[in-house]
Design a protein. Structure first.
Length: 361
């Protein structure tokens, strides 16, 4: 198990892909933004493999992801943390939460939760259930989920890129959607940051919950199938690695107030957030593995980085003016400016970035 990184006030950022598919342009842009922000602040930049949902992970993809990052000069600090190697630490925290009654076993089925409008009603909070419970139809037993008590309120926060965000994850101003062109970004129709529940982002995992009020429901931190929930382990990992700042896609903005509440309930430091536009093939259809996004071509490193910098509003760069990725990134680090990042939900990129148009879902 890697040693804990010093959690001093120094900037510590991280990029945390899921090895369920190779990096595409959207994920490379996120990695680039996270890397530039960390290096511009003279901070550390970590890479974490979020492979907690093992059934969705593909053999060898983690190595492909790391190779792509290295080819593009995005070199990380320390060792790569794999969540599959952290189960002992997760379980120890879970046992502690159960012992002090900050978490509890929940027997509610999906059917029951759906009948309640899709939300947990705290029914199992004070029942004192154990790890096994009888099913409704027979005397056999089934494993139960474990929920974390969230007695705190959701709160508004200041996003380092998008600006003010209210308690439900909505921006305080209405932004636009833009289209990427060879000459930059062209503003299009007015558009608010997405707040749907059906995000395809791999990293959100079990925390695909849109807060509907300032009083969050108790969240599942270990599923009934025995898998730890993403929103639980990501907080523990950020605390463990001393992460102070997180740069990620705006499609996750709506769950950030809930995630911040989870950090607080677990006694973890709450990182600062900055959300960037997501790359989309059409409005509301972001680049993703599910949309058959084209893998990054490692033979076009300089072009890929230049396109990423243009997407992030960082000015005009020309690939033929640089010898290699290191030279280009050195300049990009010195010029990095959060204020230049478009404050919009998504940017429409070329159809060549996805086979979605020729191979429907």
């Amino acid at each position: 198990m890697p040693s804990k990184i010093d959690s001093s006030p120094q900037y510590v950022g991280r990029f945390a892909p899921s090895p369920s598919g190779q990096l595409h342009f959207g994920s490379l842009v996120t990695a680039l933004a996270s890397y530039l922000d960390a290096r511009h602040h003279n901070g550390q930049w970590l890479v974490r493999m979020e492979d907690i949902d093992a059934p969705r992970c593909l053999p060898g993809v983690d190595s492909d992801i790391l190779l792509t990052l290295e080819c593009h000069g995005l070199h990380w600090d320390g060792r790569v943390l794999y969540q599959q190697q952290q189960h002992t630490r997760y379980q120890a925290k879970l046992d502690s939460l159960l012992a002090d009654k900050s978490a509890y076993f929940c027997a509610c089925t999906r059917k029951q939760i759906k009948a309640n409008g899709g939300h947990d009603n705290h029914y199992c909070r004070d029942l004192g259930l154990t790890a096994q419970a009888e099913t409704e139809s027979a005397s056999d037993t089934r494993s139960l989920a474990i929920r974390l008590k969230l007695d705190c309120q959701l709160d508004a926060f200041d996003d380092g890129i998008m600006g003010g965000v209210d308690k439900t994850g909505a921006l305080s101003v209405v932004n636009s959607v833009a289209h990427s062109t060879s000459s930059g970004l062209v503003e299009a129709e007015r558009h608010t940051v997405k707040r749907s529940n059906n995000s395809n982002d791999d990293s959100i995992g079990a925390s695909r919950v849109t807060p509907l009020s300032t009083a969050p429901e108790d969240v599942v931190i270990k599923r009934s199938d025995g898998l730890f929930a993403y929103n639980f382990v990501v907080a523990l990992d950020d605390e463990y690695q001393g992460v102070t700042d997180i740069i990620r896609g705006s499609d996750l903005l709506n769950v950030t107030p809930l995630q911040r509440a989870i950090y607080r309930s677990l006694g973890c430091y709450v990182p600062k957030y900055g959300h960037i536009p997501v790359a989309a093939v059409s409005p509301g259809r972001k680049l993703s593995k599910q949309n058959h996004a084209a893998p990054i071509n490692n033979k076009n490193v300089l072009k890929n980085i230049v396109n990423g910098l243009s997407f992030l509003g960082q000015g005009d760069y020309h690939a033929n003016e640089f010898e290699d990725a290191t030279q280009l990134l050195t300049m990009a680090i010195s010029r990095w400016d959060r204020k230049l990042v478009p404050k919009i939900a998504e940017i429409i990129v070329g159809k060549h970035e996805s086979t979605y148009y020729s191979r429907p879902l």
